[in-house]
Design a protein around this ligand. Structure first.
Ligand SMILES: NC(=O)c1ccc[n+]([C@@H]2O[C@H](COP(=O)([O-])OP(=O)(O)OC[C@H]3O[C@@H](n4cnc5c(N)ncnc54)[C@H](O)[C@@H]3O)[C@@H](O)[C@H]2O)c1
Length: 321
């Protein structure tokens, strides 16, 4: 039996998921809907699937699941419609541009039996599993998170009210890793270098101090002023070991030498495979991040954004409602 999937949002990441899903023998990609139907035409023609005029029409197409690949500002109603239709959904990160929308969706998802998954694909990397294993027995104390990047092409990205800003939209991947490797962040205190670019109100750079429940401390440093993506990753210093992790590399430094690894898993493919497996009735693979789990990461990112706005420390989860 093939899993029937619909796609909402035919932009950069929607196209990536569509091509991945179309490559799975056990998936039937039923149709694509987009607020701008013209945006779907090329992708639909490439994959030989129909453009569906409205999201509601797509949701009524006897689907087994829907992939929601829309920008941060477009979340909320789409997820609620999927839940009302009893339809499992995959949603790209971030969950929303702010916290209130994500908290509302999370409540509705929790009250339903609808399975969910999110686009935190780094969690599927075998290198993340190895880093987790090392740090589980060595008490992390100091964490460094970095996201050095350019301004991405979509126009909405440069308006903080639409994208959530760089920390919510991009650095959320490394905040998620910090939670996986070190545990919950309980308080943040952030500052930002305001935008120096006309027409962009997303900060040039953001830095934050993070306090973890375990007593570990950390920093986040993010900038979008580069011409191309620079370093994005996490460094964790623990008892006698340093772990340096990016999407493409893992280095574990101990007194007796270094261990260097590259992922054997393609996280971008694995994240789709994992949710298709769930929709096929197989157990959830370990890397799968459901909506409730992703919300915990989104709360940290939103707390950092709020700390910048209020110029003071913010307790994670105590803001944004
Ligand atoms: N996991 C990852 O590594 C990763 C990588 C890239 C992008 N993303 C995330 O994916 C999301 C989308 O990014 P993108 O680069 O594809 O953006 P994009 O602007 O290229 O595409 C978004 C598409 O969604 C459509 N859309 C907007 N509102 C809609 C609505 N209400 N209903 C239906 N369609 C709607 C737009 O018309 C557009 O075609 C962002 O949140 C981004 O952070 C994740």
């Amino acid at each position: 039996m093939r899993v029937r999937i619909g796609l909402v949002g035919a932009g950069g990441v929607g196209a990536r998921h569509a091509r991945t899903l179309a490559g799975f023998d056990d998936v039937e990609l039923v149709g694509i809907a987009d607020a701008d139907p013209a945006a779907c035409a090329g992708l639909a023609a490439e994959l030989g699937i129909p453009v569906v005029d409205t999201v509601d029409q797509l949701l009524q197409a006897s689907l087994d699941g829907v992939w929601l690949c829309v920008p941060p500002f477009a979340h909320g109603e789409l997820e609620l419609r999927a839940v009302r239709a009893g339809l499992p959904f995959f949603v790209e990160k971030p969950l929303a541009a702010d916290l209130a929308v994500a908290e509302t969706v999370a409540e509705v998802v929790a009250a339903s039996a609808v399975p969910t998954a999110t686009g935190y694909h780094w969690r599927h990397l075998d290198t993340v599993a190895r880093a987790r294993e090392v740090l589980a027995t060595s008490s992390p104390r100091l964490v460094g998170l970095t996201w050095q990047d350019k301004v991405p092409p979509p126009a909405w990205w440069s308006t903080a009210a639409l994208s959530g800003g760089q920390v919510v939209e991009q650095a959320t991947h490394v905040l998620d890793l910090a939670r996986v490797l070190v545990g919950e962040v309980v308080e943040v205190h952030a500052a930002a270098a305001p935008s120096s670019a006309p027409g962009r109100d997303v900060a040039d750079a953001t830095t934050a101090i993070l306090a973890f429940a375990s007593g570990a401390v950390g920093t986040l440093a993010a900038t979008c002023t580069l011409a191309a993506k620079g370093r994005a990753g996490i460094e964790v210093a623990a008892d006698g070991v340093l772990v340096e992790l990016t999407e493409t590399s893992l280095r574990i430094v101990r007194a007796d030498g270094d261990e260097q690894l590259q992922p054997a898993v393609d996280g971008r493919l694995a994240v789709d495979r994992a949710f298709v497996d769930v929709l096929s009735g197989r157990p959830a693979p370990p890397g799968l991040v459901d909506y409730a789990e992703a919300l915990c990461t989104h709360r940290v990112a939103c707390a950092i954004a709020e700390s910048v706005r209020t110029n003071g420390p913010v307790r994670v989860g105590a803001s944004g409602r």
